[in-house]
Design a protein around this ligand. Structure first.
Ligand code: HEC
Ligand code: HEC
Length: 339
């Protein structure tokens, strides 16, 4: 019923006079892997063709950064599952940020965004890179003014959101709408779960069993279809954390060094690893877990020496490579338009 009303509204706006009179919006059916939970959209931001198109244009638009040198896709590159291959991201004027750019695969389902979980929705998250001077720009208003000079974007904004000029509401909604189409659930591991026995070799199967075993406990934090419990842990990376993690948001000592469990989907493509990108390879990560980490007072009890042989460590890494979704990272609908 709400849809009926919505589509009526849309057709009203698409008849309104714009400089691009041929724009017509329609509902988008987003395909969700059968093992994933349902996607619940915010009431004011269900996906439509033009909302997604507007978001896609904005995501790759340099006018979103103060000196027009960066767009979201500068640090979130599709071929690297929306990461950037750097230890920490490079921001405006070549300044170096403090954190490793995370993948945006399946961000639609994250309950809390950013590594300390301080941001509740994709709509509000966008204000963070925009306002963080080491990322894009100190203020939204000059950006919005610049975007409004573009008549096609204004026309899109009118038909997609019923607003005749681009404003922060439209920018944040449209970017969120586009990012909710970043859905990755077609790895060899997923196909093996669907009953296809030809997807994983012996080594990968041994690695899978280790990953889900009480011996390693990997799957207790990297759990469920997204390989994250969306919780926060200190895994004993350092004796002293330069980045205090969740304590940045809460200012509590017990939160020092606690970061959100990252997804492991497409992990093979998202090196370097950890919040500050200091680990260059999966070999290094698995060696770290096997050694058991530092003795930090906040370290989770499950991070302890595991006693895995070299062979077993190689098995675990082999399993992690079955989580790569090659169709996702080659999906042209997620690239800039016209490329
Ligand atoms: C200069 C590099 C850079 C640019 C440009 C950038 N990001 Fe990011 N992004 C990052 C880094 C680094 C983080 C992790 C920050 C943190 O957790 O504190 C991040 C985090 C995120 C997250 C949270 C993901 C999660 O797992 O919690 C989302 C969503 C996101 N960015 C979307 C965007 C969008 C949309 C844009 C464009 C408006 C953008 N980013 C521009 C580097 C960048
Ligand atoms: C106590 C919860 C917990 C357990 C158990 C755990 N992890 Fe993690 N894992 C995390 C957290 C939290 C991070 C991010 C830490 C940071 O950046 O400070 C992480 C990071 C990673 C990363 C890097 C991800 C990235 O995008 O940078 C990989 C790979 C990984 N873990 C694999 C494993 C494997 C394999 C095991 C089992 C041997 C394991 N984890 C056990 C919580 C856990």
């Amino acid at each position: 019923m709400r849809w009926g009303y919505f589509i009526l509204l849309l057709s009203f706006f698409s008849c309104a006079e714009t400089n691009s009179p041929n724009l017509h919006d329609s509902e988008v059916k987003v395909r969700i892997p059968s093992a994933f939970p349902e996607l619940v959209y915010p009431a004011d931001n269900s996906p439509t063709k033009l909302r997604v198109e507007l978001g896609r244009r904005l995501f790759y638009d340099n006018r979103l950064s103060q000196d027009e040198s960066l767009n979201c896709g500068s640090c979130h590159v599709l071929s690297a599952a929306f990461t950037d291959g750097r230890a920490t991201s490079q921001g405006l004027h070549g300044s170096v940020g403090k954190r490793n750019a995370p993948t945006l695969a399946n961000v639609a389902w994250l309950k809390r965004l950013m590594m300390e979980g301080g941001v509740p929705t994709l709509e509000t998250q966008i204000l963070v890179p925009l306002h963080d001077s080491t990322e894009m720009a100190p203020s939204m208003m000059p950006i919005v003014d610049r975007l409004n000079e573009d008549e096609y974007l204004r026309a899109l904004s009118l038909v997609a959101y019923g607003r005749d000029s681009i404003d922060p509401f439209v920018v944040t909604r449209a970017l969120a709408c586009f990012q909710r189409t970043f859905i990755s659930g077609d790895s060899r591991y997923d196909r093996s779960l669907q009953g296809r026995n030809d997807q994983m070799n012996e080594r990968e199967l041994r690695g899978r069993d280790l990953f889900f075993s009480p011996r390693t406990q990997c799957s207790e934090c990297h759990s469920g279809v997204f390989f994250t419990d969306m919780n926060f842990y200190n895994i004993g990376l350092f004796d002293e954390y330069a980045d205090r993690g969740k304590a940045r948001a809460t200012d509590r000592d017990e939160d020092v060094g606690r970061f959100k469990t990252p997804t492991l989907r497409n992990i093979q493509l998202t090196a370097p690893y950890m919040h500050d990108g200091h680990m260059k390879s999966l070999e290094e990560v698995v060696r770290f877990y096997n050694a058991g980490g530092t003795a930090h007072r906040n370290k989770d009890g499950r991070i302890r020496p595991l006693g895995l042989t070299d062979e077993e460590q190689a098995d675990l890494i082999a399993f992690l490579t079955t989580l790569t979704d090659w169709n996702f990272v080659q999906n042209e609908e997620l690239l800039p338009l016209g490329k």
